[in-house]
Ligand binder design. Sequence first.
Ligand SMILES: Nc1ncnc2c1ncn2[C@@H]1O[C@H](COP(=O)(O)OP(=O)(O)OP(=O)(O)O)[C@@H](O)[C@H]1O
Length: 274
Amino acid sequence: MAELTKELSGMANEQVTAQDPAPQDTSEPAPTVIVDDLHIVYRVFGAASDSEKGNAANALMRIVRRQGRPQMKEVHAVKGVTFIARHGDAIGIIGRNGSGKSTLLRAIAGLLPPHKGAVYTDGQPSLLGVNAALMKELTGERNIVLGCYAMGMTPAQVRERYDEIVEFSGIGEFVQFPMSTYSSGMGARLRFSIASAKTHNVLLIDEALATGDREFKRKSQERIQQMRDEAGTVFLVAHNLDVIEETCNRVIWLHKGKIKMDGDPATVLAAYNA
Ligand SMILES: Nc1ncnc2c1ncn2[C@@H]1O[C@H](COP(=O)(O)OP(=O)(O)OP(=O)(O)O)[C@@H](O)[C@H]1O
């Protein structure tokens, strides 16, 4: 990994950096995530070609002609992204809708195969997203237990952390109700509480804090800080730039699948808002 780090720092890249990279400092924390010239391409089957789209007559003709083979379209969502994240980093990822933020997180979590390039991670990253896999038809209680098992906790560890998870989520007696009865904010809070009950080397948070209220936001920011202190790395995608500014020590700005800027929050957010 050290060799790759050296190699990457020597690589030419077109990204704008807000601050000059620090000279090689041997006391720098070790890398947790290395993203090396990553390209992610989605293949959408059944998509219409550009000349055919958006036309009801064309759609009808396709049905009448029983056109068998669907068209395949490619969406190049991440285009040559390169960066290194280190222990103790909290990295905010910002950018317009469709700029590739969620795709990048999913690729770091190992859920999307690179079309080109690679992602190297220290341990298995955990992705906590708006659609994180909790089961709506099960109660909060059951989801806490299953979620903790899914993160590799033992029954004894689950028993030990259970009350704290419920307390942190603030969902109270709703823990006994199916998650389908929760508001989106309650669901997001429970997901964050479960995910943060375990120390992660790399935690990826996709908009999960967006729906929490002010009190929950404060608590979750403290929890993220605690994870950083325990030398984990946290990635945070949020449209709420205040959350990014208050929580992160570094911000990556994605634009049309490429890194437009990478640096300290004040500088990058100022440029983004300009
Ligand atoms: N499952 C998918 N299949 C095909 N294309 C996809 C898929 N998911 C995302 N895309 C496309 O990839 C590009 C990047 O999407 P992505 O969701 O990563 O952006 P984002 O920055 O997270 O957007 P938002 O801020 O709206 O959440 C977009 O053009 C989107 O249409």
